[in-house]
Design a protein around this ligand. Structure first.
Ligand code: NAP
Ligand code: MG
Length: 501
């Protein structure tokens, strides 16, 4: 185990806590706030038929910064009448313009959108961090570049659909209703809009209630790109607005990313309607570490797997399955690593773990963590200090977890890791698959044959080996079981946006 650095006399004089209490404070960092201007307006309207328009009812809702609870803007709240306006505009655009454009022309728009997003990358990264709470280094290095990458990738497909599906006659599905969550607001928008447009469809999209701003800023990019009016419409609001989107009669396909609970409601609503449906839902991924794994790398992979984006990640490695012989050593290293994670102001470039997205989500995390303690698991939390304002939660891990505990079965969607142990490969597979979900999994071992065996046996849409949370627009992503169906990304993702005959 690494020896803890000594506390300087200077810090002792200042009355700093001992190193075993506040590890992160041993290396004080000056604040390094990102300074780019997010160019936020104080009010955002709905984006319908190529223009920003107020809700018919005139209603608005406030959107805040979860990092300090301050209001950022008022946003128009779409009701069923506004959603209907958006679908009518999308149908007109579909029939009169978009379905008539050759693929190479559609591709030009997608390239233009991708480039404009790159041009305004810093502005979008700051806006994403302000509205969602994620660390600026993640918004800057992951969310925004990946969103642009999805537009670039799908721009390339727009004129090659015949090659994507050889031998078939390919046609667009029509108007698509899309509803997305708050954990990767801009990236989920890109996952939804880019393949839809590449395949010749028009869109009505609803961002999550707590994170509407980058979607509405994205509408500014659509105007700048001179995308024909009505091809993409953005309607902000909460669950009711989402329900109006998915149940609208003009939606030929519905694409939803969110909780399993809402996914099931939508599936019931659409049953028998003949509409196409894809659901990207929750997860409770196993990150499986064998005794021959390179431990330091595994620690980094496990930390990334659960603390990336405060654990608000559907494919988060929230269940660590570690081989019994190395469990103590791995947990000791993990605890040490947890203490060096910097938790706080999402806009600070040094921050590793930012703000929890909303008060409601913070309460959900607290409730599940309390259940873990009550059911007998052993809690360890980073002793870091939390800002006084805003929604924050300490990086946390549980040992002595059993498969029946709620923290081992339910999605916490926060910075909380549950550690379980196994002895044999068979037991690891059995425990990893013993979940209602099946979105992702990780395997850490030096043995290539074991990786291949587990990649086949783990019932998860994505299996990472000696890494975690790696994404690429060319690689399909999606679930098994209660994690949903349909794929996003790659040729498979495109297939969900076309009719083949
Ligand atoms: P959620 O409550 O299901 O919300 C997702 C979206 O659906 C939001 O825009 C929401 O509006 C809307 N909505 C709520 N009720 C609806 C209804 N009855 N009909 C139609 N739309 C409705 O999920 P969340 O809490 O925002 O997001 C977290 C969940 O998403 C997690 O379970 C996570 O695993 C999952 N997720 C999955 C993936 C994936 O790719 N598989 C990716 C990211 C997240 P409001 O904003 O008002 O709630
Ligand atoms: Mg919700």
């Amino acid at each position: 185990m690494a020896t803890a650095p000594r506390v300087s006399r200077n810090s002792r004089r200042q009355g700093r806590p001992a190193p075993e209490l506040i590890f992160g404070d041993l290396w004080p960092y000056d604040p390094a706030p990102e300074s780019a201007d997010p160019k936020l307006k104080t009010r955002y309207d709905l984006f319908i038929d190529g223009a920003f328009v107020p809700a018919k009812s005139g209603r608005t809702f406030e959107t805040i910064n979860p990092g300090n609870e301050k209001k950022l803007a008022d946003v128009a709240l779409a009701d069923a009448a506004d959603v209907d306006r958006a679908f009518q505009a999308a149908r007109r655009a579909q029939e009169s313009v978009w379905s008539k454009l050759p693929g190479r022309e559609r591709g030009k728009y997608l390239y233009r959108i991708a480039r404009l997003l790159q041009d305004r990358a810093r502005e979008f990264a700051v806006a994403e961090t302000l509205n969602g709470g994620k660390p600026i280094k993640e918004a800057r290095d992951f969310d925004v570049p990946m969103a642009a990458a999805h537009f670039f990738y799908h721009a390339g497909w727009a004129d090659k659909l015949a090659f994507a599906f050889p031998g078939a006659s390919v046609s667009p599905v029509g108007v698509v209703g899309q509803v997305i969550p708050w954990n990767f607001p801009l990236l989920m928008l890109a996952w939804k809009i880019a393949p839809a447009l590449a395949a010749g469809n028009c869109v009505v999209l609803k961002p999550a209630e707590t994170t509407p701003l980058t979607a509405l800023k994205f509408a500014e990019i659509l105007q700048e790109a001179e995308l024909p009016a009505g091809v993409v419409n953005i309607v902000a609001g909460a669950g009711e607005t989402g329900a109006a989107v998915v149940s609208h009669p003009l939606a030929a396909k519905v694409a939803f990313t969110g909780s399993t609970e809402v996914g099931k409601i939508i599936q019931r609503q659409l049953a028998g309607s003949g509409k196409k449906l894809t659901l990207e839902l929750g997860g409770k991924a196993a990150n499986v570490v064998f005794d021959d794994a390179p431990l330091e790398q595994a620690v980094e992979g496990v930390v990334n797997g659960i603390f990336f984006n405060q654990g608000h990640v559907c494919c988060a490695g929230s269940r660590l399955l570690v081989q019994e012989t190395i469990a103590d050593a791995l947990v000791a290293k993990l605890k040490l690593r947890l203490r060096s994670l910097r938790v706080g102001d999402p806009l600070d470039k040094n921050t590793d773990v930012g703000a929890i997205n909303s008060k409601a989500q913070l309460e959900k995390i607290r409730e599940l963590v309390a259940s873990g303690v009550k059911e007998g698991a052993e809690l360890y939390e980073s002793p870091c200090r939390l800002p006084a304002k805003g929604f924050y939660f300490r990086p946390t891990l549980f040992t002595q977890v059993s498969m029946s505990h709620r923290i081992a079965r339910e999605e916490i969607f926060g910075p909380v890791l549950s550690v379980l142990t196994f002895r044999t490969v068979e037991e690891a597979v059995e425990k990893a698959n013993n979940t209602a979900y099946g979105l992702s999994a990780g395997v850490w071992t030096e043995k290539g044959s074991r990786i291949l065996k587990l990649a086949g046996e783990l019932k998860a849409g994505v299996v990472w080996a000696n890494t975690f949370n790696k994404f690429d627009p060319t690689s399909p992503f999606g679930g098994y079981k209660e994690s949903g169906f349909g794929r996003e990304g790659g040729r498979q993702g495109l297939a969900d946006y076309v009719n083949l005959s």
